[in-house]
Design a binder for this molecule. Structure first.
Ligand code: ZN
Length: 432
């Protein structure tokens, strides 16, 4: 169809209606992209009004017969059916719309919008998006009609429902957001049921762990006995779940320290994910007040994103770290030997086979990481403290004891005496 003039539109509509019965909405949608400031229903109706005038002329000029007018009246309904009834005094049984079967109408949109708004408001959502799931057979019929007439101006039923319901939800004071909706309300075309997909809240932050034997997630034995009294996961759930009326709070940290290691100094960056929140607007200062603590503490800087999680889990976890380790040796050592250690472990590459302690959880793998410097301070003749600055992902305990030769070189190797890491603290987690 060239489709430039109104007459062309009327002719095309006539051709479509010869073949398919269509309601105002579904006919109007075939010409949706022709601009015209109106809804599909208004457009469809207007086209039928013009078509009616044309058919009236055609009949009186003998271009069409009663039979033809009858079938067009059946397929297009009012006002053509009224014209036919007036001319011939015969009632017309209008055929149901080929695409929607007469299912869609303004009243339905009003009802859907009302229900959707109630759902959205119940979970305090302000920025929304409407989604529609349309069964395959409707989509196929729709494609059939628009390809029959060669129309490039049609819109899908899905789009119409999304827009019409969305528009009405806006009238209740909510705002559509196509990029970052707080929730998507999904309409099932078949059942006309509604369902909400609430997007999680993501916060950027840092945490500190000042106690030992605190795990990241809850660790339990096979008999569901907790291995450690407390976890970061519990901390964040305890503090944040209720205020957001959320299903769960999940943390995504940039690497993790061992259960028995503390996280001090700079703190470790993380993203806090609030899943299925029924309440979304909480003052940042209040959140930070809730996250204060002695053994564990955290701070939130602001909103975060999925890409930030990917960054923290990937690239950022390889950033350099500074550790403090308390080391005990089997035999006494002297300052000179410690100086040797410092000299040796300057920009030194370390090869580590997967540590024996985690081999049952992880696959055997050779890891290469660098130690940039080691600074030591002797406490007693068989005990010293070491500051170790190295690549992220280096197994520090293994660097100390050597892991039965699986980590080379190690501090034990270089000292020539077995060394044991007693306490480990993470002091600096570099970022950006
Ligand atoms: Zn229809």
């Amino acid at each position: 169809m060239s489709g430039e003039s109104l007459y062309d539109i009327i002719l095309t509509a006539q051709k479509i209606l010869e073949q398919y019965p269509l309601c105002d909405h579904c006919l109007g949608r075939q010409f949706a992209k022709k601009g015209m400031e109106m809804t599909n229903k208004e457009r469809g109706h207007a086209i039928k009004v013009f078509l009616n005038m044309k058919l009236y002329d055609d009949y009186h000029n003998g271009k069409i017969n009663r039979e033809y007018l009858r079938s067009l009246a059946t397929n297009s309904g009012k006002p053509v059916s009224s014209l036919y009834e007036k001319l011939f005094g015969e009632k017309i049984a209008e055929a149901p719309c080929y695409i929607c079967g007469g299912k869609i109408n303004e009243k339905l949109y009003d009802e859907l919008a009302m229900k959707a708004t109630a759902l959205l408001k119940k979970v305090n959502v302000y920025k929304f998006l409407v989604g529609v799931s349309v069964p395959q057979d409707i989509v196929l019929r729709e494609i059939e009609v628009s390809s029959f007439s060669g129309l490039e101006y049609s819109e899908s039923i899905k789009n119409e429902i999304k827009r019409e319901v969305g528009k009405r939800i806006m009238h209740y004071g909510l705002e559509p957001d196509f990029d970052k909706p707080e929730a998507v309300v999904i309409i099932d075309y078949e059942t006309l049921g509604l369902r909400l997909e609430i997007n999680p809240l993501l916060f950027e932050g840092k945490y500190w762990k000042r106690g030992r034997n605190i795990s990241h997630t809850i660790w339990t034995t096979r008999d569901s006995v907790k291995l450690y009294p407390y976890s970061l996961q519990e901390f964040f759930n305890d503090r944040l779940k209720e205020i957001f009326d959320a299903e769960e709070v999940v943390i995504h940290a940039s690497g993790r320290e061992d259960v028995d290691a503390r996280m001090l100094g700079t703190g470790r960056p993380l993203v806090i994910e609030i899943k299925n929140p029924r309440f979304r607007y909480v003052d940042l200062d209040l959140l930070n007040e809730l996250l204060k603590g002695t053994l564990i503490e955290a701070v939130i800087h602001g909103e975060s994103s999925r890409s930030r999680i990917a960054y923290l889990k990937g690239e950022a976890s390889k950033k350099k770290k500074l550790y403090k380790v308390l080391i005990m040796t089997e035999n006494p050592i002297n300052r000179q030997e410690l100086d040797e250690i410092e000299k040796y472990f300057t920009n030194r590459e370390i090869k580590q086979l997967t540590p024996l302690r985690i081999l049952r959880r992880k696959k055997e793998h050779l890891r290469r990481r660098k130690v940039y410097f080691v600074k030591t301070r002797q406490l007693v003749d068989n005990m010293f403290e070491a500051l170790i600055y190295c690549d992220g992902g280096l197994y520090v305990k293994e660097l100390v004891h050597g892991d039965q030769g699986r980590t080379t070189p190690s501090i034990s190797d270089v000292l020539g005496v077995q060394a044991y890491p007693l306490e480990l603290d993470v002091l600096v987690v570099e970022q950006e």
